[in-house]
Design a binder for this molecule. Structure first.
Ligand code: AHG
Ligand code: MN
Ligand code: MN
Length: 323
């Protein structure tokens, strides 16, 4: 059994990764272990319910959104390798250590609507190399493809760590001593699938290509796709991505007409890019339905995007409907 620390050591040596990068990721994971302990105790640790505040995105915050955000900021600030942080729950980036070489971006708690009902939630993280010069918002606006590491911790039936340094994906399970132990080497997302995930309640707001694509899936064996499809919607993107990593599928949060000023609901820097890197490293695809997500030049820290990800053939089919 390979522990997470042993993996960092071995994988780092094999791919000549910077010790400072390995150390940064170790710190992110240790912050997530702290978050995980709070999540597991739920009502017993007083972390459930509303915070009574809102974030920059105009969303009501849960107590655990605020607590997880603070744990990550406090823990990462203490690591001299970390130059700056950006969080879904912060208005602006947070400066950390001037001599640091890395930037860490995160969605401290993904799946907020599931916190109080004991359904899987997670922390999503992305690591970038800090460009030279003084730290500014633009330092963070790097393409998904330029991430140096990304992953998530899923607080689910099991607590899992899923991580990539762009040499495949590794999966770890938290053991009874609170230590991550590797349980999957290089998972691969099957190319084809018969399972989709979309919030069907938004159907009337979707644009024409998504209407047509989903209609074809719902027609099942009798329609042009010639097979029956199954549907899942957890409402925690991190859990949907994990399901897709394990057994394939397609996940979509398309642009819709509810608020025409928004390109989508999900966030490029904290959700789409880090999860996209994991998906691509496992042989899947991620797009905004028109171009590869990881090639999009970000223009803002809190930028939103349409998301289509998962099994390669299905993601390509969605893109065909958008030509
Ligand atoms: P967050 O909890 O970080 O705000 O993200 C929630 C996101 C994503 O995880 C999920 O797929 C989606 O919002 C759920 O949206 P609906 O409420 O429309 O189901
Ligand atoms: Mn989220
Ligand atoms: Mn969140």
């Amino acid at each position: 059994m390979t522990t997470f620390s042993e993996y960092l050591h071995q994988h780092g040596a094999e791919h000549q990764l910077e010790p400072a990068l390995l150390d940064t990721v170790q710190t992110i994971v240790s912050a997530c272990q702290t978050i995980g302990r709070n999540v597991r105790l739920g009502a017993l640790s007083g972390v459930l319910g509303e915070a009574g505040t809102g974030n920059i995105q105009g969303e009501a915050q849960k107590k655990l959104d605020v607590i997880a955000n603070q744990i990550l900021i406090d823990t990462l600030r203490n690591n001299p390798n970390v130059a700056g942080l950006a969080s879904e729950e912060e208005d602006d980036f947070v400066a950390a250590n001037e001599q640091g070489d890395y930037l860490v971006l995160f969605d401290p708690l993904d799946g907020s609507s599931n916190i109080d009902i004991n359904i899987s939630i997670g922390t999503i993280f992305s690591v970038l190399a800090k460009p030279s010069g003084s730290l500014k918002t633009e330092s963070f606006l790097q393409k998904g493809r330029d991430q140096v590491a990304a992953g998530y911790v899923l607080y689910g039936v099991q607590t899992l760590l899923v991580l990539t340094f762009k040499h495949g994906v590794a999966v770890f399970t938290l053991d009874e001593n609170g230590e991550f132990v590797q349980t999957h080497t290089a998972p691969q997302i099957p190319e084809s699938t018969a399972e989709f995930a979309i919030n069907m309640s938004n159907q009337r707001h979707w644009e024409q290509p998504v209407q047509q694509y989903i209609a074809a899936l719902l027609a099942g064996k009798d329609g042009i796709r010639g097979k029956n499809y199954n549907m899942r919607w957890v409402a925690s993107m991190v859990a949907e991505v994990h399901r897709i990593l394990m057994r394939g599928g397609v996940f979509m949060y398309p642009k819709d007409n509810r608020d025409p000023s928004k390109a989508g609901k999900l966030r490029l820097m904290y959700e789409a890019n880090p999860l996209g890197l994991v998906v691509e490293q496992a042989g899947g695809k991620i797009t905004n339905a028109r171009e590869n997500m990881l090639d999009i030049q970000p223009v803002g820290l809190h930028q939103r995007v349409a998301v289509v990800l998962g099994s390669a053939e299905e993601v390509e089919t969605v893109c065909q409907y958008h030509l």
